[in-house]
Design a binder for this molecule. Structure first.
Ligand SMILES: [Zn+2]
Length: 520
């Protein structure tokens, strides 16, 4: 049936197929937390796992009864059709599906005759009986039943009539949706469209489940919707075995924004939900992820920036706000004055044209020397402020000394001038940069107590290319953060320790000037 005659079903299988991703392992508590995010986002179905086959999943369904208060989604238990030559009511896996006590059960069935023969090791007739018996049994037990036709597209190539007979038998037995699975992920959109057209002519309600082994999972999913599928199976961030599954966030955004299908409640929460789930799984949102990545609306090329200044839609396919993301401009040697102006505005500064011209020239010159401002936004902000209006430095380093003390501990002593006062302070840590930061913080603590809220979270150095017999210069980047934000600064010097020390002073300067300028 064409889309429109049914409510469209956005079916998430992060908790089952998604967890097959290498390196991804979720506790029962993690799974419950992911389910809550998916529900609040507004997916139609949440496949929780395979009860009976995986103990953790059995436990998930048990706890879901009391710990999960789903407002929007229906919970789904996943499992296989009955075993060959076993009565359905005697199959413990099928019993475990009922015991999971979910309103919906998704059964996986072989749709490729080669798999029936070689993997299942039974006859094609028995496989059809397994589908028929299990669907009927669960429907009679009051469950809505969906059928995942595994390897359907490969099966269609091997034995079209048989693949279609699996679809027909499941539908006649009472399966509500037959989900065509590109299990190996090798089908290209053109072929998928042809297969969908033939299968849709059976009149059965179809769904789609795509893997990304050809890089086409999202494209294939959207194409299936065009061809009449009214149920799409996806995972958060495209998590899944090998190359993953069709990506929930990309598919949802495309359906809402490009096809006008209101498949979720509030698309502007897309980036927030993506980030929250990435934090639970410890597999964060990739920078380049469509719609939700930090780079999805980030512009670097000077030409783009000058056009965006006139009209952002010239270089953006949708509004970043529509998916809860932000436009960002990167400062680099590719940046023209327009990019510098956009970045200044992004940081809340209204700089005069002559200031922007000077800053642009300084950025280009410093990038030539090895600086990179792309991620060192605090260094850019300090540069911008120093060009906008002169300001008094909160502190000067009059002298400093680093020695290696007992137990290889780095000892740093520093003499600071703060206003008219001279203050000596020391730091002692195994890492010299941490010792430097400790000494600086101690010296500044009475004048700038807010500095205590900031911690040193990283210091990285890179060796830059040497030329014409000159030794390679060193670029150092220092990161500080407090509970809500981080800042990053960059310095270049011939010496690694000096570069780090200068970048560290800049980071502290940034905090004092731009984040807690009042002092005491
Ligand atoms: Zn799959």
């Amino acid at each position: 049936m064409p889309v429109g005659e049914h409510d469209f079903q956005l079916y998430d299988t992060t908790l089952r197929d998604g967890t097959q991703q290498e390196g991804l392992s979720l506790s029962v508590g993690d799974k419950l937390a992911v389910a809550r995010h998916l529900d609040s986002f507004g997916v139609s179905f949440i496949e929780g796992g395979w009860p009976g086959a995986i103990p953790k999943d059995t436990e998930f369904f048990r706890r879901a009864r009391t710990d999960l208060d789903l407002r929007h989604a229906q919970l789904v238990a996943f499992g296989a059709t009955r075993r060959p030559e076993l009565a359905v009511h005697n199959d413990p896996q099928v019993a475990a599906l009922l015991a999971a006590d979910t309103p919906v059960v998704t059964l996986v069935a072989k749709a490729d005759s080669r798999h029936v023969d070689l993997a299942l090791r039974t006859t094609k007739t028995e496989n059809l009986a397994m589908v028929r018996d299990t669907v009927r049994y669960l429907v009679r037990a009051g469950r809505r039943v969906f059928l995942d036709a595994e390897h359907f597209f490969d099966g269609f190539r091997t034995d079209r009539a048989y693949a279609l007979s699996v679809v027909q038998v499941a539908a006649e037995a009472g399966a509500e949706v037959i989900v065509l699975c590109d299990t190996n992920g090798g089908t290209l959109p053109s072929e998928l469209g042809d297969v969908l057209a033939v299968t849709a002519s059976t009149g059965v309600r179809l769904g789609i489940h795509c893997h990304d082994d050809s890089g086409c999972a999202v494209a294939n999913t959207l194409l299936a919707v065009d061809a009449g599928a009214s149920h799409v199976q996806v995972t958060a961030h495209g998590y899944g075995e090998r190359c993953g599954n069709a990506n929930l966030f990309t598919v949802a955004a495309n359906l809402v924004l490009k096809k006008g299908m209101p498949v979720v409640r509030d698309l502007s929460r897309l980036s927030e939900v993506a980030q929250a789930i990435g934090e639970i799984t410890a597999v964060p949102t990739p920078r380049s992820a469509p719609y939700v990545g930090s780079g999805a609306f980030t512009h670097k090329a000077g030409l783009h920036a000058s056009a965006i200044r006139v009209d952002p839609s010239l270089y953006q396919h949708v509004e970043p706000d529509s998916v809860g993301n932000n436009m960002r401009t990167l400062v680099s040697d590719m940046a023209g004055r327009a990019a510098i102006e956009l970045k200044a505005k992004e940081l809340g500064y209204d700089a005069a044209p002559e200031v922007l011209t000077r800053v642009t020239a300084r950025v280009k010159e410093m990038e030539r020397l090895g600086y990179t401002f792309e991620t060192a936004t605090a260094s850019f902000e300090l540069l911008l402020r120093s060009e906008m209006s002169p300001w008094d430095r909160p502190f000067e380093v009059e002298s400093w000394r680093l020695t290696v003390g007992s137990g290889d501990c780095a000892e740093v002593s520093v003499r600071l001038r703060i206003g008219g006062e001279v203050i000596d302070a020391t730091g002692s840590r195994p890492d010299p940069i941490e010792a430097m930061y400790e000494a600086l913080c101690r010296g500044l603590s009475s004048s700038y107590p807010d500095l205590e809220r900031w911690r040193l979270t990283g210091c990285q150095t890179w060796s830059l290319d040497g030329s014409l017999g000159k030794p390679a210069a060193i670029r150092a980047q220092v990161m500080l953060r407090n509970d809500i934000e981080h800042c990053s600064t960059v310095r270049v010097d011939d010496d690694s320790l000096c570069a780090s020390w200068l970048a560290l002073q800049d980071a502290v300067l940034f905090v004092l000037v731009c984040r807690c300028p009042a002092g005491v």
